[in-house]
Design a protein around this ligand. Structure first.
Ligand SMILES: [Fe+2]
Ligand SMILES: [Fe+2]
Length: 208
């Protein structure tokens, strides 16, 4: 398992290197690779907790955003494009067809639950989406989202708006697995706590 996953990591890094060799510079690439590594770890944790195929989850997590290392932007298609990039590579690793299709399906649907090939929803596909969402709601992303907001009033206003969305997510129903929900809620609680404090503190800004 570890050898195939290492080869997969090398494949993703090579995709990035090929793009950069053309002289294309994208400051997002560094973040993207680190995000990918964290999603792999979340995917592993979820797979173990949920009794899923750990290697399928880790492989799909490694490859889920590979198309983001291209110079081209694919938007909501980036999951399906990533799956198409991954398939011929995965075929060289000797996975049986069922696992190979499960990896490709899990990659394809991670953005918007839509695949461009027929496949039933799998526990592994839910795990890859959950793992991605857990990292997307980490403390780092909160700091980035609010780092370029401008003045204090705008920041507080943005925090109040964002809190409505976060609390909606906190009510549940958007994650695919129980362990995913647990880890996602842990992320949400941190964000909600910080933003609530920001809004509360702003209410003390009273002219004497
Ligand atoms: Fe993605
Ligand atoms: Fe991602």
């Amino acid at each position: 398992m570890i050898e195939r996953l290492q080869k997969t990591a090398e494949f993703v890094k090579a995709r990035r290197a090929t793009t950069e060799a053309t002289g294309y510079v994208n400051p997002d690439f560094d973040y993207r690779w680190k995000h990918t590594l964290r999603v792999v770890q979340y995917g592993k944790q979820l797979a173990e907790a949920e009794g899923a195929d750990v290697e399928v989850c880790m492989s799909a997590c490694l490859l889920h955003d590979i198309s983001k290392f291209d110079a081209e932007e694919y938007g909501v298609e980036h999951g399906r494009v990533s799956a198409r990039i991954a398939r011929p590579f995965l075929e060289t690793l000797g996975y049986d067809e069922k696992r190979l299709n499960n990896i490709c399906y899990s990659i394809a649907v991670h953005v918007d639950d839509k695949s461009d090939f027929e496949h039933p929803v799998t526990l592994e596909s839910k795990i890859v989406s959950d793992a991605d969402n857990i990292d997307r709601f980490g403390a780092y992303r909160l700091l980035i989202q609010f780092s370029e907001t401008g003045n204090y009033e705008k920041l507080v206003e943005k925090a109040a708006t964002r809190l409505l969305t976060l609390k909606k997510y906190r009510a549940g129903g958007i994650m695919g697995t129980a362990k995913g929900e647990e880890l996602f809620n842990r992320q949400l609680d941190v964000q909600i706590h910080v933003l609530e404090r920001l809004v509360e503190d702003s209410q003390l800004t009273i002219e004497i």
